[in-house]
Design a protein around this ligand. Structure first.
Ligand code: FES
Length: 234
């Protein structure tokens, strides 16, 4: 990328996050947004190698009202590319980042009927050890209606009623600092529909317009067991 392109992406990212989420597209088909480093709850950047493998971390991106899962698939995961059939288009999933491709992130809104982690409860979770409906370890399960997604394969639906993958979040990994950042998301049309569907709940949680506040610079990633008071296993 030459400097002009880089400047264009930076300037465009800041603009579109506040405006129309229009079409500045990064490699792989991601919509560009300002980069946000993943931190712990007091704002210190996470060390990727210390991210647990037994549950997902939840962070907001690219705006406050969109919950995302950060998952460490572990050192034996391997970087898995996959052909994906998205809701509006096909795309190539390039796999996770990190030395073993083990760090992946997806928007934590079920593509079936938009169940998502809330303070009281999350029916969506990363079932590291497997579960009755997961069928195998390291799958994302949605207990609302038993959809299962494989995060090692771009969160493809594996079973249940969901027919589309969870939306991928683009991560970058700095091998020197061992830190992670998010800088793009795919599927903003779906996110706009989510905002329309849950507007009342989102306003109750974030205040009017608060759920659309851009995330810039950093974003807190909390273990799901701290983010939601109840996480049913199914
Ligand atoms: S909302 Fe997730 S399976 Fe129905």
């Amino acid at each position: 990328m030459d400097r002009r392109d880089f400047v264009k992406i930076c300037a465009g990212g800041a603009t579109l996050a506040m405006a129309n989420w229009n079409n500045l597209v990064l490699a792989g088909g991601f919509d560009a947004f300002p980069a946000a480093k993943l931190t712990n709850k007091i704002g210190i950047p996470l060390k990727a190698s210390e991210i647990p493998t037994n549950e997902a971390l939840v962070f907001s991106y690219p705006v406050a009202g969109v919950p995302c899962f950060l998952i460490n698939l572990g050192k034996d995961s391997g970087k898995t590319m996959a052909k994906m059939a998205g809701e509006s288009e096909a795309y190539d999933y390039a796999g996770g980042v990190g030395p073993h491709g083990q760090y992946v992130a997806f928007v934590a809104i079920c593509t079936h009927q938009m169940s998502y982690p809330q303070q009281e409860v999350s029916y969506l979770r990363f079932a590291a050890e497997g579960s009755e409906i997961a069928g195998a370890p390291k799958r994302i399960v949605c207990c609302a209606h038993a959809s299962v997604f494989d995060p090692a394969q771009g969160a493809k639906p594996v079973s249940g009623p969901a027919t589309f993958p969870l939306l991928p979040v683009r991560l970058t990994y700095d091998p020197v600092s061992d830190e992670l950042a998010a800088d793009g998301v795919m599927g903003m049309d779906f996110i706009k529909r989510f905002f329309g569907t849950y507007k009342r709940d989102l306003i109750a949680k974030y205040g009017p317009g608060g759920y659309r506040q851009p995330i810039e610079g950093k974003t807190i990633a909390l273990p799901l067991s701290q983010y939601s008071e109840a996480v049913p296993a199914c």
